[in-house]
Design a protein around this ligand. Sequence first.
Ligand code: AP5
Ligand code: ZN
Length: 215
Amino acid sequence: SRVVLVGPPGAGKGTQAEAISARLGVPHISTGDIFRRNVGEGTDLGLRAKSYMDSGALVPNELTNEMVRRRLGEDDADGFLLDGFPRNREQAEFLDDTLRSSGRTVDVVLELQVPAEEIVRRLNGRRVCGTCGRSWHVEFNATRAKGICNACAGPLHQRDDDREDAIRRRLQLYEQQTAPMLAHYQEKDRLARVDASGPVDAVGERVAAALGARP
Ligand code: AP5
Ligand code: ZN
């Protein structure tokens, strides 16, 4: 299956993605993770993306689309879970065109919905593993040892864009560009909205139910 995961910053896309991709047997492709890896490795793409990311802006469509096109060309035998892409109308049209050229389509777009005040609490307490990239939370999704990743024992830190000004900008861009894009999928009856507030496990169950209900 070909699934797109959408939601405001801090909605829990990365947190839920692991279980979804395992369940569906498809690779998890997060544009944010790919950009952060490139920034960390100091690649040309990373250098070009960094300033946009740090301020909470979107990386320009040309850069992002080209990166996704290459990634989807690599392995899509059985589908994908795209996390954080598309994020605006132009990216959605690009994805449609790219898939259509090889007879493919997006099966379902899952939108994780979370109230604004819960988002701010999640982002303020988020800690990210410098080694494997997994996200934890000081209060809600805590690690057993302080400052250490549960999965790989790597060191935890705060993301450069989890500052108040960048958070505000990311929320604003979601409302201005990403939320309106969803109409594109709703018209084709591909949109499934999921209440993503509350504990991680409860959200996971709602996500599984929404996916199970789709053909
Ligand atoms: P990206 O990495 O995609 O950031 P984002 O969309 O802002 O989403 P986040 O990663 O902040 O949140 P998430 O939904 O994954 O939440 P998480 O699971 O961590 O993109 C970063 C940047 O890259 C963009 O700003 C842009 O510059 C660039 N970019 C990426 N894609 C692009 C594109 N298509 N076009 C252009 N530019 C692009 O959860 C958050 C916290 O809450 C964690 O601490 C977690 O432990 C906790 N938590 C999760 N679920 C729960 C729960 N149910 N209850 C309590 N706590 C929870
Ligand atoms: Zn780790």
